[in-house]
Write a protein that binds this ligand. Sequence first.
Ligand code: AMP
Length: 280
Amino acid sequence: MKIIDNIACLKEEIKKLQGSTGLIPTMGALHKGHLSLIKQSIKDNDNSIVSIFVNPIQFGINEDLDKYPRQLKKDCELCEKAGVSIVFAPKVQEIYKSDKNDLTLICPPITVLDKLCAKTRIGHFDGVCSIVAKLFNLTKANRAYFGQKDAQQLFIIKKMVEDLNFDIEIIPCPIVREEDGLALSSRNQYLSKDDRTLALNIQKALKTASGLAKQGINDKKTILDACLIILKDLEVDYVEFVDKNTFDITEDINKNTLLLIAAKTPQSKTRLIDNCLLYQ
Ligand code: AMP
């Protein structure tokens, strides 16, 4: 496995690759969620490239850029064990020659920026799209792997690929959870013991909502209220229902309804997100 930190070397290595290439963009602090994407790529492709880059332009001013966990050595060991061909882990200066105000950015449409994470994380998805587009161009990958945990991100990336005619296939991968149901996230490292116990209520709310829907309750308010009671000890950012195909907020509860939750834990103020298809 090659570990590369600069664009010139990456381009040289990409030229040498034969067959298909899968890209797994990450911010590192790899866990079993990331590894499931990596495994899928290794199954599907001749070469798999993992990028590890804590992308400063997708963090807001009061967010956790400085304290975001960084563990490159351990991440590289995990990638090597998994059978990755290249880890691309550049420094910020290698990726951005100037600051955000002087960069060409990709901005998703207002129709997806007026809701969910985009509403509180202003500029976040511009940052995400811009780095992902750069990685697509640099790696020339045939496929790229994204987790369904970041459902709005996945939708926006798919739309960017379609709207801008990127020649790459986006492969969605299911959410990987701890045994007790907590969705794996690099940010789980911030959780205190009490926070972690409360964080389980997010999955509990999703399960309860799904149970109600499956019992035939299709009134959004009833399901929403049930979720909010379960989430009462967390700082809820949103509990929202969207159509999985359009990401439009929906009043209907049907087989396409995706329920998404974002909430902060009370002690460490860790922002967690999770989602499920109500009828899954
Ligand atoms: P991140 O390092 O948080 O930017 O995540 C990199 C990729 O891993 C994104 O496509 C995420 O959606 C995906 N991912 C993160 N956590 C999980 C999880 N628990 N299950 C599946 N995919 C995940």
